[in-house]
Design a protein around this ligand. Structure first.
Ligand code: EPZ
Length: 429
């Protein structure tokens, strides 16, 4: 096992490159199952979720290559191989295999990972959509079994605005007979990105990015070439890091409107944010940070995935800030780790009150999920001394080449094998 080690206190300067969007990639790759000829996806991030999906498509007969961030998927010899467990349980977004395999093969068996560290991750809205399209769906020993004689278009109202359900229903509907309308759909940029790929394959989709998406089923879909959008959450993480420890940091490969809610919040806190066509510059001139209140909302509101890193920044702001998490039930678990670094945060249900400014002290901390890990990296960069972060496997799911990228803007950060690894090696010797 490895850990990330950070010697905090350095001022950050320079340019940092953002990769392709993880939350788009994990849907685009399964979407290729629907095509009857090869699909090429460019600028994919080289992260573990992408590599796991690459292997899963091979498990069902796909021919897949992934080099220099370009993936070529030939789906022609794929079969509806059941995937009840094994690799499919390594990533939450394996549920997109359901919509894609149901759409293409009219049947699928996909295992679901256990509980997540954000609280329950139900898929009732995904299943509601599949059943509306005519599928029979059962849950047997932790795997979802789907089967349909025929998929017919339907009008589906989502009881909860769900990114996953919106995309999964799109995947199942593009080859269905007739028109599907998804109401109360999620509007995240990743949904537009998946709709763009599907349209490039010949699907007929209108309204992606609004709360009503209309899909007219077609007979077949062909391969195409698609370039993924930049990762707005990776970009936002670096913006927050630069606001906390930067002097002048340029974030390259970002679509500024995708991070508008964060830009507005940082400006409210007194951070200088300059936006360009596909870059954002963060300038800190020593002006004290002002406290701010945030409430996470569905897009275009403030994204829940940036709540943990932003909360770390709020520990450096003058005054008491209120953070309200409206998307997930338990997204403050990382606060316990921040408290061990000296943060003064009081959590009450879905809200947290952050007192600042507090001097964070280095500590040995553990990342419980991907964005909690990102928050601990920001905290380690701010704290005085040497912070050690375990649970690096979570961070590697969403931040490709993180250590090298951060060293490139002046952070003292490196990876080490954990003591247990050394002990194991010693015993093994
Ligand atoms: C996506 O998760 C992202 N993951 C999450 O990012 C992100 O936090 C989330 O959207 C919200 O923006 C991927 O795209 C792979 P939802 P998803 O369905 O689709 C409830 C990260 O760190 N819900 O929009 O699973 C659900 O419990 C990850 O990159 C139902 O009740 O999220 C939650 O409270 C973390 N029933 C809310 O809706 C359902 O059938 C939003 O969930 C589905 C969801």
């Amino acid at each position: 096992m490895e850990k990330i080690v950070i010697e905090g206190g350095n001022r950050l300067n320079g340019t940092i490159q953002v990769g392709g969007a993880k939350n788009s990639a994990v849907a685009l790759i399964p979407a290729a199952i629907l095509a009857d000829s090869p699909v090429t996806i460019e600028q994919l991030p080289d992260i573990s979720d992408v590599r796991n999906l690459c292997e899963l498509l091979k498990e069902i007969g796909g021919k897949v290559t992934f080099e220099n961030n370009t993936m070529v998927i030939d789906p022609r010899e794929m079969i509806p191989m059941p995937l009840p467990n094994g690799r499919v349980k390594k990533l939450r977004a394996s549920y997109y295999l359901m919509g894609a395999m149901l759409g293409r093969f009219k049947k699928a068996v996909v295992g679901l990972p256990g509980g997540c560290n954000l609280g329950p991750r139900p898929i009732d809205q995904h299943i509601k959509g599949f059943e509306a399209l005519g599928a029979k769906v059962t849950n047997e020993q932790g795997a979802i079994y789907l089967q349909a004689d025929e998929l017919r278009g339907a009008r589906i109202y989502l009881d909860v605005v769900s990114v996953g359900a919106t995309i999964n229903i799109m995947l199942a509907a593009v080859l269905a007979k007739g028109r599907t309308i998804i109401e109360n759909a999620a509007k995240e940029p990743e949904i537009i990105d998946v709709a763009t790929l599907l349209s490039g394959m010949g699907a007929k989709i209108k309204g992606a990015g609004t709360d009503v998406i209309r899909i007219d089923g077609v007979e077949s879909l062909h391969g195409c070439r698609h370039c993924i959008i930049p990762d707005r959450i990776e970009a936002g993480t670096y913006m927050i890091l630069a606001a906390a420890c930067g002097e002048r940091v340029l974030i390259d490969n970002v679509i500024p409107p995708h991070v508008e809610s964060l830009t507005a919040k940082l400006r409210e806190m007194g951070v200088k944010v300059h936006t360009y066509d596909d870059q954002i510059e963060i300038v800190r001139d020593g002006t004290p940070l002002k406290k701010a209140d945030i409430k996470t909302l569905v897009y275009p509101g403030f994204p829940t995935d940036l709540q943990p890193p932003l909360t770390v920044l709020l520990t450096q702001a003058h005054g008491a800030s209120l953070v309200t998490e409206t998307i997930f039930d338990h997204r403050f678990k990382y606060v316990d780790e921040l408290r061990r670094m000296g943060a003064e945060i009081k959590v009450e249900g879905r809200s947290a009150i952050v007192e600042g400014p507090t001097r964070l002290q280095a500590a040995k901390v553990n990342a419980t999920d991907l964005r909690a890990g990102a928050a601990l990296v920001v905290a380690g960069a701010v704290a005085n001394g040497i912070t050690e972060i375990t649970g690096v496997e979570h961070i590697d799911r969403g931040y490709s080449g993180l250590v090298d990228k951060l060293r490139g803007i002046g952070m003292k950060i490196w990876r080490e094998k954990t003591e247990t690894e050394e002990e194991t090696t010693a015993v093994g010797r």
